[in-house]
Design a binder for this molecule. Sequence first.
Ligand code: ADP
Ligand code: MG
Length: 483
Amino acid sequence: MSVTFESLQLRPELLAACRKQGFHEATPIQALVIPAVRRGRDVVVEAKTGSGKTLAYGLPLLESEPKQTAFPEVLVIVPTRELAEQICAALGRAAGKLERRAVSLTGGSSMDRQRAELEEGATFAVGTLGRLQELLDRKLLNLGHVRTLVLDEVDELLRGGFSLELATLLKGLPQDRQTLLLSATIPNDVEQVARKFMRSPERLHLTTARELPAELSHRVMRTTVADRVRDMGEFLRVENPYQVLIFCGTRHESEELQDALVELGLEAEFLHGDLSPNKRRQVIEHFRSGELPVLVASDLAARGLDLPGVELVVNYSLPETPAAYLHRAGRTGRAGRPGAVVSMLIEQQQDRFEKLKQTLKFRLLEVKNGHVVLRDLKTREERDLEFRQLPPRPLPQGEAPREDRGPRGEASGEREAGRYRDRRPLPEAGRGDRRAAPAGGRGDRRPPPAAGRGDRREKPRGKSKSGGKRSGPAKGRGPSRRR
Ligand code: ADP
Ligand code: MG
């Protein structure tokens, strides 16, 4: 049964802002959570990746009238800077004309600036534990007026137990606050720990909570350490996803892979925790804008990020736990959109794979070595349309330019108007006997020439190992050469 935001009787400003973003109906989890949060209950929310958890707590917290403006009344703790900024931006968009400010408190910006933003008054403080602690230690942050504490991605925050940082922070919060926990995966032990600092929480989930979004397909490609890069490059070229997020096991691996992909003629960047905060922000914005087709990342990018252009997630190295698989996979197929996951399987990770297979209850399709099985793809043009039809995300008012992000931190709302346009498609990487590459330059995201879906699937594929002649790096090769 669908529940409209209207029937939930959201404040008019919020309703207008929802409409502006193209949101009319609450997602199922929002329909459950919004009333509970309004009642002031403590809640534990376990709901699929991409099911709209941010606004499930964001909307009811935005609509409640702040008691004062000098100190934050909602504290949202998240595992990464990127997620903090994304949440601030989402709150900013959702607030519309309602005067609410959210400040992102993470290691990425100067404490002086954060202090200044806090002094201007913000209802929402969204931060990572380390920086929150630092601000508290320096007495730059007062959490004595927090009415609601949100732990988003709670299992990640409580990984390895109850940290001293979190314990200290909780002590400084008012006892009679409301506490909300959210994640797609909340194991029992985490919930037990968390319940100790909650007041008879209600557990809200949909029956399908831990499942992956139904729209996702899951495939495994058997390969070897030696062939892994090439097989993947080939796969990307054939599949030509709108944007792909590739997960590696280590930072080093992600750098090496990015390097190799660039060699293959793909435009790729890497993202991991060793990069400077500015660089991290730059890379994620480049990717979010739709301009960068390939991002190679560590698990830093596995949690919470909402990147609507990601059609394919690749596990270049298998994740260690089923929960990690689920969160990585959850970067695609969001808000009911289609998505695919491909895991590269090398012999050395066979045990890991068996474990994942046992726990995750989905059907895996295998992609045979060298033979890439194509899914029933829509044409590039159809998908282009699909992506362009994503609801536009209007910029909240008074947004500061990119480098000088305002206190609402609307990092991701930028450049939305033109997103997904003018982005160059994945270039041909590797062999020359495949589909013709789309032309470069403007207006270039054309469907593959003569590529009915059917014929692409039926086209016999050469074995990349033995059969195919492989030309050198495709860098700079003009598409015309392959016509
Ligand atoms: P989660 O935290 O559950 O992984 P998010 O809160 O990041 O999911 O939301 C996923 C996507 O769904 C975002 O792009 C968000 O803007 C969109 N979304 C949220 N609520 C709705 C809604 N009611 N209708 C349509 N899209 C929505
Ligand atoms: Mg989330």
